[in-house]
Ligand binder design. Structure first.
Ligand SMILES: Nc1ncnc2c1ncn2[C@@H]1O[C@H](COP(=O)(O)OP(=O)(O)OP(=O)(O)O)[C@@H](O)[C@H]1O
Ligand SMILES: [Mg+2]
Length: 418
């Protein structure tokens, strides 16, 4: 399912109230009975509410569930997207929605803009959707789970990613600026750079390689292992080297800067799989991160380091001798609890989420994997199973605008070739 935000500008505040009502009802009901929707929407019953319900159903933000004992609806992923988008718009994190720049395995990446025109990235987590398509056993397994649980897990992934991005950013790591999180989405600064995967030539592979290994070690010193440290999750920014700055004016275009005066600055992204250095499998994740970089540099740049390692033992030693702030602990304290972390990790294992490492080791070259038509989450909708009600963060009325300001310049398209 892709974000199709075209209809959002036509939704009224009443529609949003009803949508939020369906969401609230979903916490305790797999199928939310119509009278409950009316009640939760906080609107007086009457034709207005029913018009809103049928309007929302028509554009697939809620879905009527037929074979239930009673008449009811459930929220679709599209409905959840709209609620999140509306909240971001209300808090002014997002003003307009632009192009989709990526369809990841576990997320959609969309360029959005602030009212100042500043471009940002909206990442919509869609945890487990690949497994729905490809893995039969998981499919059978997931059939017995509610779509609400899928939504809840995507929300946990967004919470986790936001918490880690914030902690890393505050401690000097080169990561995007986290701007907002709502439901299963986050808004962050846009990094004007390509992933390492798309960079065919690096003037000084040795330098970049050491820098990447230093990042892995520095993460460990702060108690963390990225868990998916690879050429897709490292964006490489080009900047004029500090030492060469006097040769150029601030207006000089990068194209006009000599190769030897350009410094490559890695920016790390994608944090839902981050683990603590105390994790039972910490060493495996650490080695995997290190080996991923090694293998990639060898294959792509024919660079093999003379220095062996770094090993997990070395990283731990550094960590014990000169520890940074425990960011794994800080994140726990920030609201993404250990219990949530465990729930998310278990779910990710169950649905076979293994980051980019897990599925792209075959060394295929730069072509984009062709996206199959996605199966909707619809099919899992009428099953039993409740979301973890007690742990869902508040998504209350404040999300729903008095009058939803319209998105300007609304234009969403799929990635090229779709
Ligand atoms: N802040 C950002 N600025 C610029 N580009 C970004 C940003 N965040 C993500 N991207 C782009 O989107 C791609 C996917 O993002 P990310 O790795 O966070 O999602 P993912 O779910 O892991 O997707 P995939 O499975 O494709 O790796 C990145 O490789 C990058 O090209
Ligand atoms: Mg990624």
């Amino acid at each position: 399912m892709k974000l199709d935000s075209k209809a959002i500008r036509y939704l009224t505040s009443e529609d949003f109230r009803v949508l939020a009502g369906v969401e609230a009802g979903s916490r305790n009901h797999e199928v939310v009975p119509t009278p409950l929707i009316v009640q939760l929407s906080g609107l007086r019953g009457g034709s207005g509410v029913h018009r809103a319900i049928s309007n929302l159903a028509k554009i697939n933000l809620i879905a009527k569930v037929k074979n239930a004992k009673y008449d009811g609806y459930r929220l679709t992923y599209g409905g959840l997207d709209y609620l999140a988008l509306n909240a971001h718009q209300k808090s002014q994190a997002v003003y307009s929605v632009g192009n989709q720049v990526g369809v990841g395995k576990e997320s959609d990446i969309i360029v959005v803009a602030h009212s100042s025109g500043e471009q940002r990235i909206l990442k919509i987590h869609r945890l487990g959707r690949i497994s729905f398509r490809t893995v039969k056993t998981n499919r059978d397994y997931l059939r017995h789970r509610s779509s609400a649980s899928w939504m809840y897990m995507s929300r946990l992934a967004a919470m986790k990613e936001f918490a880690f991005m914030k902690a890393l950013r505050e401690n000097g790591f080169s990561v995007p600026e986290p701007i907002a999180q709502n439901r299963h989405t986050i808004v962050m600064s846009l990094i004007d750079a390509f992933p390492l995967r798309q960079i065919s030539k690096v003037p000084n592979p040795q330098g970049l390689y050491s820098e990447l290994m230093d990042i892995i070690l520095e993460l460990a010193r702060f108690g963390l292992i990225h868990g998916d440290f690879n050429e897709f999750n490292l964006l490489i920014k080009e900047e004029v080297d500090e030492n060469a700055k006097e040769k150029y004016t601030p207006e000089t275009k990068l194209d006009d800067v000599a190769d030897e005066d350009i410094r490559l600055v890695p920016v790390l992204i994608d944090f839902p799989q981050m683990v603590s250095i105390d994790h039972v499998n910490a060493e495996m994740y650490f080695d995997r991160d290190v080996n991923c970089v090694k293998r990639y540099f060898q294959r792509k740049f024919h660079f093999v380091s003379d220095v062996p390692g770094p090993t997990f033992a070395q990283a731990r030693k550094k960590f014990l001798k000169n520890p940074g702030k425990r960011l794994d602990v800080e994140v726990e304290a920030s609201g993404f609890s250990r219990k949530m972390a465990r729930e998310l990790e278990k779910y990710m294992q169950e649905v076979g989420v293994d980051g980019d490492n897990g599925s792209r080791e075959d060394g295929e070259e730069d072509e984009e994997s062709s996206e199959e038509e996605e199966e909707d989450d619809e099919e899992s909708g009428s099953e039993s199973g409740e979301p973890n009600n007690d742990k869902q963060p508040e998504q209350d009325d404040e999300d729903v605008g008095e009058s939803s300001r319209r998105f300007e310049d609304l234009h969403v398209s799929g990635p090229s070739g779709q």
